[in-house]
Design a protein around this ligand. Sequence first.
Ligand SMILES: CC(C)(COP(=O)(O)OP(=O)(O)OC[C@H]1O[C@@H](n2cnc3c(N)ncnc32)[C@H](O)[C@@H]1OP(=O)(O)O)[C@@H](O)C(=O)NCCC(=O)NCCS
Length: 163
Amino acid sequence: MLEIVPETPALHADAIEDLFDRTFGPGHFAKTAERLREFSHSLPEITRVAVLDGRVIGVCRVWPLVVGPARDRALFYGPVAVTPEHRGSRLGLTVTGEALEAGAAAGWPAAILIGAPAYFGEIGFTVTPKNQLDFPGPQDQARVMVRDLAGDASRLAGLVTAP
Ligand SMILES: CC(C)(COP(=O)(O)OP(=O)(O)OC[C@H]1O[C@@H](n2cnc3c(N)ncnc32)[C@H](O)[C@@H]1OP(=O)(O)O)[C@@H](O)C(=O)NCCC(=O)NCCS
């Protein structure tokens, strides 16, 4: 049976880390997005995990961030990963969509994601105007996207940092 559930760290965290290692390889720790994550703590209650017969087969991890001099609050979505044998039915969009609903229900104003616009555009993410958001490292601006949650994502501007 397939379930989409919030992360219970004691049950899921090791399997999630294992999925990320297998998906992205050790090199992913060098990415700019990881600079944000290493000083933040993910939010298990907003993260969504796809569990099939007790096994983690997909995840969208979610992290709190602050943006710009106004220190606007935002949620950072990702990494998103699905085990190779379960790709092909948009499970990555399903888990991310449910994590977006959880973020909005908890009152977070906006979501930020770095990824493929052709994929994440399907669930409402749009690419930001170039350099509206800055990151603590090199970042391909064509992959920087935002989405409204309970507020207005278009007001986010400036340097994105861990809270
Ligand atoms: C990205 C990922 C989660 C998608 O898996 P999925 O939800 O099963 O998606 P599907 O394979 O069903 O693809 C759905 C559609 O999105 C497209 N798509 C998938 N990944 C894409 C990408 N990186 N860029 C653009 N389009 C993509 C597919 O071609 C497909 O389009 P179609 O319906 O026109 O054929 C999965 O491929 C994965 O884990 N990849 C490695 C990790 C990764 O790149 N994560 C995203 C960045 S954080």
